[in-house]
Every structure is written in structure tokens, then in C-alpha cells.
Design a protein around this ligand. Structure first.
Ligand code: HEC
Length: 168
């Protein structure tokens, strides 16, 4: 009986001890250029999707009309383009040095999102911990959060001139 308890305790503590040693000897990737751990991306994405599941299907309380899309483009230029880029332009110096990298969200870049607008709204409002994606709940109003989310959700079907208004 005593022996089985000892084996159980050793079985539980040994992996914890190894994980602690791994961190202490510098095994955890901390530099943005370090290769990710196996499963690191999977764990981060799974945690994120579990957290925002309840909000994903929220419909926007604003219409995707020209006024809101233009305002969304203006908000994007001021707050987001430094990381998520401009149309027909390469990654910014900041974006090149980040891990995970900020997707380049404007066409023709391949980071254009097909997420539902409620999911984008959640990410812009709350940010994504440990990634460099800031939460904007203290700096943009609720209306502005929806306007920039609508802009990203419709970035492939904008009224003429709106995409072109996003420039450095
Ligand atoms: C300082 C850099 C930075 C700024 C500024 C920034 N973001 Fe991000 N953003 C990121 C990073 C990094 C990610 C990737 C996070 C990940 O991989 O989970 C991200 C992810 C996202 C995503 C998820 C994309 C996807 O396909 O999963 C959306 C949407 C987004 N940002 C929108 C915005 C909006 C809108 C703004 C401005 C209001 C903004 N971001 C400002 C760095 C930034």
C-alpha cells in the first residue's frame, strides 16, 4: 500500500520537476524568433476558441453601410495598420519582429479574415494575451469597436475608395 502511494507521488511530481528544470535551464522559447514548442500553437488556439465561443455569433448592432465602413477604415489606419499592414505593402518593421506574427489583414494579403464579425469584435475588444494583440476596450468606444470589425469583415466588398483611404 505504502509503495503504491510512493509510486503515485513520484509519478505526479516527476513531470512537474522536469518541466520546472526545463524552464530553469532556458528551454522555454522566449525570444520572438525562437521556434515554437510542439503543440504551442494548438494549445493557444484551442484556449482562445474556448474563451470566445459564447460571443462568436453576436450580430453587429450597426449596419455595414458606407459611413460605418469609412469610419472603420479610419480607425484601422490609426490603430491597427502599424501591425496588420496596408494594402499592397510589405510587413512593417514591427510586424516582422513579432511572434506570433500579426496577420496582414488587408487584400491582396493572405491574412484577410473570414471570421464572423462577432469573433473579430471579441478579439479587438479583449485582445489576445501573450501575442502582442492589444485589447482596445479602454481606447475605442463600443461603436468604434464594431465599425472596425465590420470594416475587416467586409474588406473584400468595400464601397469604392474605402480601401484606398487606408494608407500610411
Ligand atoms: C502591436 C501590434 C498589433 C496591433 C496594434 C493590433 N494588432 Fe491585431 N493582432 C496582433 C497579433 C500579433 C495578432 C495574432 C494573434 C494570434 O496569433 O493569436 C493579432 C490578431 C488579430 C486578429 C485575429 C486575426 C485572425 O485571423 O485570427 C484580428 C481580427 C485583429 N488582430 C484585429 C486588430 C484590429 C482591428 C486592430 C486595431 C484596432 C489591431 N488588431 C491592432 C497584433 C496587433
Amino acid at each position: 500500500m505504502k509503495k503504491s502511494i510512493l509510486i503515485f507521488v513520484a509519478g505526479v511530481t516527476t513531470p512537474i520537476l522536469f518541466a520546472w528544470l526545463f524552464i530553469c535551464v532556458g528551454g522555454m522559447p522566449v525570444a520572438t524568433k525562437s521556434p515554437p514548442l510542439p503543440f504551442e500553437r494548438y494549445l493557444a488556439k484551442t484556449a482562445l476558441h474556448a474563451a470566445l465561443r459564447s460571443e462568436v455569433n453576436k450580430a453587429a448592432p450597426l449596419a455595414a453601410d458606407e459611413i460605418n465602413l469609412r469610419e472603420g477604415a479610419r480607425i484601422y489606419t490609426q490603430n491597427c495598420a502599424g501591425c496588420h499592414g496596408f494594402s499592397n505593402a510589405g510587413e512593417s518593421a514591427m510586424a516582422k519582429g513579432m511572434f506570433p506574427p500579426p496577420p496582414q489583414l488587408l487584400p491582396p494579403n493572405d491574412g484577410v479574415t473570414d471570421d464572423p464579425v462577432g469573433e473579430t469584435y471579441w478579439k479587438v475588444k479583449n485582445g489576445i494575451r501573450l501575442t502582442g494583440m492589444p485589447g482596445f476596450s479602454d481606447s475605442l468606444t463600443g461603436k468604434q469597436l464594431w465599425q472596425v470589425s465590420l470594416f475587416l469583415a467586409h474588406v473584400n466588398q468595400l464601397p469604392p475608395g474605402v480601401l484606398e483611404s487606408v494608407k500610411p
